[in-house]
Write a protein that binds this ligand. Structure first.
Ligand SMILES: [Zn+2]
Length: 238
């Protein structure tokens, strides 16, 4: 009896966590390959829009005619609708990051399902390609895979993590990582302060500095800055 329970739990854990995790790893490899083949860098920003960083970031991107992909939270889009509009006007790709940023590995599956659906509705209301979805913390369960299939959503992961919101990597190290990978989908966060980690007030300047360096690096080394949907051929473009 005891062994049956242990085996059942292991089988459930494998299906619930390990299968989606393996899918994510495969998808990351696919993204890395596409970036390498197309010599592409995707500037991607999660958790926005924000009141202070967003305007500066949009100015910087627009100054260089660089197009980014922003995975917004529905609640923050409602808080800063003018920033959503500025991103739209600039030709940046707006996609979904859920309504309230629930961690799928730590929350009830029905709550996560509702949160993802709510974020999609909110962002679709702003004209976003809300079927393109980056899971909060990159965490997906079997329920998440099922929801993506049923609601025709596309998961969007990343290949280079700047760790900007909790443990900022030196900018040179991020650039070297991108160079070694032959391009990449770079994860940053469009928030005024870092969510976790030391010196949260330095977050915004770090994101601006890293963005500038990535733009300069791309121009100097023949990389193309692409929006996520353009890279994967699945985007609505805005
Ligand atoms: Zn996030």
């Amino acid at each position: 009896m005891f062994m049956t329970i242990v085996i059942s739990c292991a089988a459930f854990g494998f299906l619930w966590f390990a299968v989606p995790f393996a899918c994510r790893r495969l998808e990351e490899r696919r993204l890395a390959r596409m970036c390498r083949q197309m010599r592409a860098i995707v500037l991607s920003y999660d958790d926005g829009p924000s009141g202070q960083l967003s305007p500066d970031l949009i100015d910087l991107l627009d100054r260089h005619q660089a197009r980014a992909t922003v995975f917004m939270l529905g609640r923050n889009a409602e808080r800063h609708p003018e920033m959503v509009e500025r991103y739209r006007q600039g030709g940046h790709e707006i996609a979904s990051h859920s309504q309230n940023h629930l961690n799928a590995w730590k929350s009830a599956p029905w709550a996560v399902w509702r949160d993802i659906a709510a974020g999609r509705r909110t962002l679709a209301g702003f004209g976003a390609d809300a079927a393109l979805f980056r899971p909060p913390y990159g965490k997906v369960t079997l329920a998440g895979l099922l929801q993506a299939a049923v609601q025709r959503m596309r998961h969007a992961f990343w290949t280079v993590d700047s760790r900007d919101s909790w443990n900022r990597r030196p900018i040179d190290e991020v650039i070297a990582h991108v160079e070694a990978m032959g391009g990449g989908v770079v994860l940053m966060h469009d928030t005024d302060r870092a969510g976790r980690g030391p010196e949260p007030e330095k977050h915004a300047q770090y994101v601006l500095d890293l963005t500038q360096r990535l733009i300069d690096f791309a121009a100097a080394n023949g990389f193309r800055l692409m929006r996520f949907g353009d890279l994967t051929g699945s985007g609505a473009g805005r």
